[in-house]
Design a protein around this ligand. Structure first.
Ligand code: PLP
Length: 260
């Protein structure tokens, strides 16, 4: 019997160590979960900019998932940067062979402004990946792109979360509140036909990699057997603390602290 829980991240690498695979692994470690990886894309990146993106061949992405799932076992998984439609289709086809919970962070554009998902791949994300999701974790802008709605406040976020769940078949959706109006960051979860709100003050600090680390924290806690609602609650506290305790490294957006 395996004593340690495992979590798999299917995502891109950030050479600056703030977001992507690197953030996910640090977050898994913070929660005492063994991290597994399927790298989709290698980015040359620092706190200011992304200067190069090298996508991994789709069959190599699939193979990374298959070998770890079949030998080690995956208790929960997440997706981050999927980069292009071919990788999206390969990931969807492969994860369908297993029954682990899947958290989907619909990564589209980095805070530095760099596109991390090709414009023509958004439809593929909606069609192939979102129906497989246990939870989708869009920020305001990603939720706007997924729904075509304008989202400014909690009421808009509620409508968007329900729309994404109903239109894609995703089991749950949380629209994150960091970019909504107001002094609080209120995340809106839609699950089993009901809403739950997660509140925290909007704190100043380091925000590079917050989306990755938040979805990784949820994934780690699902791997440990927490309910979805409790996993989100723990992740919300983790990320709020991480923003205010991030190290002020680099000259751009400093990375959230994943060991707070
Ligand atoms: N780089 C990679 C490889 C990512 O997966 C992500 C995740 O969203 C980012 C960068 C974006 O980081 P942020 O928008 O938090 O700066």
């Amino acid at each position: 019997m395996r004593l340690v829980r495992t979590a798999l991240t299917i995502a891109g690498s950030d050479s600056g160590g703030g977001a992507g695979i690197e953030a996910d692994l640090k977050t898994f470690t913070a929660f005492g979960v063994h991290g597994l990886v399927a790298i989709t894309s290698v980015t040359a990146q620092n706190t200011q900019t992304v200067t190069a993106i090298h996508d991994i061949p789709p069959e190599v992405v699939s193979e990374q998932i298959r070998v770890v799932a079949e030998d080690i076992g995956v208790d929960a998984a997440k997706t981050g940067m999927l980069s292009n439609a071919e990788i999206i289709k390969a990931v969807a086809k492969t994860v369908k062979n297993y029954d682990f919970p899947l958290v989907v962070d619909p990564v589209m554009i980095a805070k530095s402004g760099a596109p991390l998902l090709r414009e023509d791949a958004v439809d593929a994300l909606i069609k192939y990946i979102l129906p497989l999701a246990t939870l989708v974790t869009p920020n305001r802008f990603e939720a706007e792109k997924l729904t075509g709605m304008e989202i400014r406040n909690v009421n808009d976020a509620k409508l968007a979360a329900k729309k994404i769940a109903e239109e894609t078949g995703a089991k749950a959706v949380i629209v994150k509140g960091g970019h909504l109006e107001g002094k609080e960051a209120i995340d809106v979860l839609y699950h089993n036909g009901a809403y739950k709100l997660y509140r925290a003050p909007k704190v100043d600090g380091c925000t590079h990699g917050t989306g990755c680390s938040f979805s990784a924290a949820i994934t780690a806690n699902l791997a440990k057997g927490l309910s979805l609602e409790d996993a989100v609650s723990v992740a919300k506290e983790f990320i709020t603390l991480g923003i205010s305790t991030g190290h002020k490294i680099g000259h751009g957006h400093c990375p959230v602290n994943q060991s707070a």
